[in-house]
Design a protein around this ligand. Structure first.
Ligand SMILES: [Zn+2]
Length: 358
């Protein structure tokens, strides 16, 4: 079972309801034990909504301050008409047409801010397909963001070249704004960059899962789990050929975002995902397995004479390496994606991907 979140524009003004919801959230933080909607009835929000807000803010002991409260409605109070393709939320007299795939089992809940409705829908996963071979995905900080190697066919896919250019472009804009100390604009620019990268990650992950399906392969990734504990530095350190490490300009979240997208889309499509030890993947020769020479984007092996594009070689090495960790059924990866609120278009692409598999 997976949960996907769809974003729909509602074109309604919920300022008043959101103000009431914030009021209730503050009340809930103040009176932690308050769990009954009767106590906050005077605020004037529908009980089914205030109940969810009390639950959320009353039970989370870590929460100290209320910000960006959304109207939350349990799936129990939502009707979905699959024929009309319409979701209706009687408590808010809201009817919403939807475009996403009809293959959901049920709607778990919706969250509403002043612009969008975030619909969380439950989707059944395909049972995992049996595979003999794997494709390898090498993630990079320069050049292509992901390079896929398919040892069974010898084919290589280079994806996400745009990400590198986007970073370079936005870095210049950021530096310029930093000099001017334009904080508000800086924040806006950062958000825009993040959205573009998110789109790229959606496209890449869709493509990677599609490649795996077309080749009847599973997916192997480098296990970069360590970086999660190292999150504070926000940098991913990868060893290069000569053993010295260089700090990447790309933030950790990007790698995680791509990884979590590959994971949840693979799960929906029944594609197995395995992780391998990242040590020496960029240095090992995909033909003979010995350590070769990496010079920029060029790889050459003094042992067997193999010469290849360094990223392509790494992709093959990853695909052929023995796994250290099996697929992490890490729900938090999925949750993270959901909580960020997903964008329409890429998810529609995911839907198309799922339809192609079905
Ligand atoms: Zn070799």
């Amino acid at each position: 079972m997976s949960i996907l979140t769809y974003k729909i524009k509602h074109n309604r003004d919920f300022t008043e309801e959101l103000r009431k919801a914030t009021h209730i959230a503050n009340y809930s933080l103040k009176h932690r034990k308050c769990r009954t909607t009767k106590e906050v009835k005077y605020i004037g929000l529908k009980a089914c909504i205030s109940n969810q807000i009390l639950k959320k803010y009353g039970s989370n002991k870590k929460l100290k301050k209320v910000s960006k409260v959304k109207l939350t409605i349990n799936g129990y109070f939502i009707q979905a008409d699959k024929e009309k393709r319409e979701i209706s939320i009687p408590a808010l007299k809201l009817k919403l047409p939807y475009l996403f795939n009809n293959n959901f089992i049920k709607i778990n809940q919706v969250e509403i801010d002043n612009k969008y409705v975030y619909v969380s829908a439950e989707i059944s996963d395909k049972s995992e397909i049996k595979v003999e071979n794997y494709i390898g995905v090498d993630r990079n900080t320069t050049g292509h963001a992901a390079v896929v190697g398919i040892p069974t066919t010898g084919k290589v896919y280079k994806l996400g070249k745009k990400a590198f250019h986007i970073h370079r472009k936005y870095k210049k804009i950021r530096e310029h704004l930093q000099k001017k100390n334009a904080k508000k604009q800086l924040k806006k620019i950062r958000r825009r960059e993040k959205n573009i990268i998110r789109d790229i990650n959606h496209k890449m992950s869709n493509k990677i899962v599609k490649i795996a399906l077309e080749n009847s392969c599973g997916i192997k990734l480098e296990n970069l789990k360590g970086i999660r504990n190292n999150n504070k530095s926000k940098k991913w350190v990868k060893k290069n050929k000569s053993g010295e490490s260089f700090k990447s300009s790309i933030n950790t979240w990007e790698f995680y975002q791509l990884q979590s997208m590959i994971e949840y889309k693979s799960k929906i499509c029944g594609v197995p995902v395995l992780y391998i030890d990242p040590h020496y993947t960029s240095q090992r020769c995909s033909k003979c397995g010995l350590i070769g020479i990496r010079n920029g984007k060029k790889f050459s092996c003094p042992h067997c004479g193999h010469v290849d594009h360094a990223d392509a070689n790494a992709g093959f090495v990853i695909a052929l390496a023995s796994p250290v960790i099996s697929k992490s059924n890490d729900q938090s990866l999925i949750d993270r994606d959901v909580s960020e609120g997903s964008t329409d278009t890429p998810l529609l692409e995911t839907q198309r991907l799922m339809e192609a598999v079905a």
